[in-house]
Design a protein around this ligand. Structure first.
Ligand code: ZN
Length: 512
C-alpha cells in the first residue's frame, strides 16, 4: 500500500493546525510590539479561543482518522523512515493532550491571570508573602498536571519534558554537579582580574543609531530581512510565522549600549535557526510543536537557545569580532566612543561580576542563577520545599554560589515572571543552550578547520552554512540529543563549555 495519500491527508490536518498556531503567534507578536495597553483583555480572549480551536482540531475525529490511516500505511516502512517519525510525533501529541483533562487546563489558565497580577504587586512591594498563596496553588496544579501527563522518576520530569524532552531531574542533577565543580575555579580566577574601564558603555546612545547598527549587524551575520524584520519591545524575543516570516525584537537603552547590541545578536541567532529550516517542512509536523501548541521549527527550547547563545557569545562577544567591527560602531557614535579602543570595548562587554539578577548576569554566573531555580522547582514539585521557605532557601543559595547578600525579595526570589505564569520546567533550557552551543561550535570547528580563520576574517557565511546543515535544516525531525550525537558524536557534554569559559575568562586572556 502506498503511503502518499494517507500521509498527504495527515499533513493537511497538521498544516491547518500550524496555520492557527501561526495566527496565535502573530497576535502575540502584535501584543508585545504594537498593541495599545487597552487591547490586553480582548487579545487574551482571542488567543485563548484560537488555542482551544487548535486543540479541537488536533483531537478531532477527522485528525484521528487521518492519523490512524497514516499509521497503517507506514507500518511496513523501515524504522528510520521519515514518514514513521512524522506519524509517531503526531500520535505522541494526541495521546499527551488526551491525558490532560480540559478542566485542569482551564483551571491553570484562570490561575495564571490572577497569579501574575499578584506577582506584579508582590514584586513592586518586595513582599513574597503576597505571592506565596498563588504560588502554592500554581505548584499544586503543576503537580496535578504532571500526574496526568505521566512521570516515572520525579514529578519535575513531566514539566521539563515540555521544553527539553529527554531531560529529567536526575539527568540535570548530574549535569549541574559537573558544571558547579567546573565553574567554581573559573569564577574565582576571574575575580582576580584587574578592574577594566566600563564608563563608556553608559554614555548617551541615540536609539536610531543603535537600531541601524543592530540591523547591519544582524544582516552581516546572515539574517534575511526579506523574510524578517526588527521591532522594539520591552522584553526582547524572536517569533516565526513559518520560515518565510521570522521576526526579532529588541530593546534600546539610551544609557547602556550593550543591551541592544547583544540583545539583537541573541535574537538573530534564534531567527537564523527558524529561517534555516528545510522549506519542505513548512507547515508540517517538523515545524510544529503539537504538545506545546506552538508553531516553531526549533527542536527544543535548549537547542534554540544554543543557537542564540552561539552567535551572541561565541561570535559577537569575542575579541576577534570587535577588532574587526569596533570601527563601524565608533563611526556611528563618534563623540561617545572616540576615546575607546577595540580591546577596551571587548574587556568591558566581557567583564564578569556576580549580581542578583539573572537576566543581567555575565557568562560566568548565569548558569549559577539557572541551577538554583531548577533545584527549587524540583523541590517544589516533590513537596520537599514548602513555598513559605522559598526566600530563605533562595538567599542562602545566592550567598553560597555568588557570595552576595540578597537585600530584598524583589531582587531575589520575586525577580522572574516564569512561576507566576505557571512555567515550571523551562529554566533548565538556558543552561542546556549554553552547554550545547559550546559543544556544537567545538565540533564544527574541529570538522572544518577553515571555520575559525573565516570568523577571524569577519566571514560569517561558512559558519551559517555549517550550522544550517548540522542543526537548522532538520527542524523538529530529530530531538536535541539526536542532533548532538549526529553533529558531535555524543550526547550533551559540558566539557567543551567549561573549556571555552576557562579560555575566555582566565586571567591574562584579556590582555593577550
Ligand atoms: Zn533566547
Amino acid at each position: 500500500m502506498t503511503t502518499t495519500r494517507p500521509m498527504a491527508a495527515l499533513h493537511e490536518r497538521v498544516a491547518a493546525i500550524n496555520d492557527v498556531l501561526c495566527a496565535i503567534s502573530v497576535l502575540t507578536w502584535d501584543s508585545r510590539t504594537m498593541m495599545p495597553a487597552g487591547g490586553a483583555q480582548t487579545r487574551g480572549q482571542q488567543i485563548s479561543t484560537l488555542t482551544g480551536l487548535a486543540l479541537e482540531q488536533l483531537l478531532s475525529p477527522q485528525t484521528e482518522a487521518a492519523l490512524a490511516a497514516a499509521e497503517d500505511a507506514v507500518q511496513t516502512l523501515p524504522a528510520e523512515a521519515i514518514e514513521r517519525n512524522m506519524v509517531a510525533q503526531a500520535r505522541q501529541a494526541v495521546a499527551h493532550h488526551r491525558r490532560i483533562p480540559a478542566a485542569l487546563t482551564q483551571e491553570r489558565a484562570a490561575l495564571r491571570t490572577v497569579a501574575q497580577a499578584a506577582w506584579i504587586e508582590a514584586r513592586s512591594r518586595s513582599d513574597f508573602a503576597l505571592f506565596a498563596p498563588h504560588l502554592e496553588k500554581t505548584v499544586a496544579l503543576a503537580r496535578r498536571y504532571a500526574d496526568c501527563a505521566g512521570w516515572q522518576g520525579h514529578p519535575y520530569d513531566a514539566m521539563v519534558a515540555l521544553y527539553e524532552p529527554g531531560e529529567t531531574a536526575a539527568s540535570l542533577k548530574q549535569l549541574f554537579a559537573t558544571l558547579r565543580d567546573g565553574l567554581r575555579p573559573i569564577v574565582a580566577a576571574a575575580q582576580t582580574q584587574p578592574p577594566c574601564r566600563r564608563d563608556f558603555l553608559f554614555r548617551d546612545f541615540p536609539e536610531a543609531d543603535q537600531r541601524s547598527f543592530g540591523l547591519a549587524l544582524a544582516g552581516n551575520l546572515g539574517y534575511d530581512l526579506e523574510r524578517g524584520r526588527l521591532d522594539t519591545t520591552v522584553h526582547p524575543f524572536e517569533v516565526s510565522f513559518t520560515r518565510e516570516d521570522v521576526r526579532i525584537t529588541t530593546r534600546y537603552r539610551r544609557d547602556y549600549l550593550p543591551a541592544s547590541v547583544f540583545g539583537t545578536t541573541h535574537e538573530t541567532g534564534h531567527a537564523l535557526y527558524e529561517q534555516g529550516v528545510d522549506p519542505a517542512y513548512t507547515r508540517s509536523i517538523f515545524a510544529t510543536d503539537l504538545i506545546g501548541l506552538y508553531a516553531v521549527g526549533g527542536t527544543s527550547f535548549g537547542a534554540h537557545e544554543s543557537q542564540s547563545r552561539l552567535w551572541e557569545n561565541h561570535v559577537v562577544r569575542s575579541r576577534a569580532f570587535w577588532r574587526l567591527h569596533f570601527a563601524d560602531l565608533q563611526s556611528r557614535f563618534t563623540s561617545q566612543l572616540s576615546d575607546v579602543t577595540p580591546d577596551e570595548f571587548y574587556a568591558a562587554v566581557t567583564h564578569a561580576e556576580p549580581g542578583f539578577i539573572r537576566v543581567e548576569a555575565d557568562e560566568l554566573s548565569y548558569d549559577l542563577h539557572v541551577m538554583l531555580r531548577v533545584e527549587i522547582e524540583c523541590a517544589l514539585m516533590d513537596g520537599s520545599l514548602p513555598v513559605a521557605d522559598l526566600p530563605s532557601v533562595w538567599n542562602a543559595a545566592i550567598a553560597r554560589d555568588l557570595g552576595l547578600t540578597v537585600p530584598n525579595d524583589a531582587q531575589g526570589v520575586l525577580q522572574d515572571v516564569h512561576w507566576s505564569t505557571g512555567y515550571i520546567g523551562s529554566f533548565a533550557s538556558y543552561t542546556i543552550g549554553n552547554v550545547m552551543a559550546a559543544q556544537v561550535m567545538d565540533a564544527l570547528q574541529a570538522q572544518d578547520t577553515t571555520l575559525a580563520p573565516a570568523l577571524n576574517a569577519g566571514q560569517y557565511a561558512p559558519l551559517k552554512t555549517a550550522l544550517g546543515k548540522a542543526i537548522w535544516q532538520h527542524g523538529r525531525r530529530f530531538g536535541r540529543e539526536e542532533l548532538l550525537v549526529r553533529t558531535t558524536g555524543r550526547g550533551l557534554d559540558p566539557a567543551p563549555y567549561l573549556a571555552y569559559l576557562r579560555a575566555k575568562y582566565s586571567p591574562g586572556s584579556a590582555i593577550q
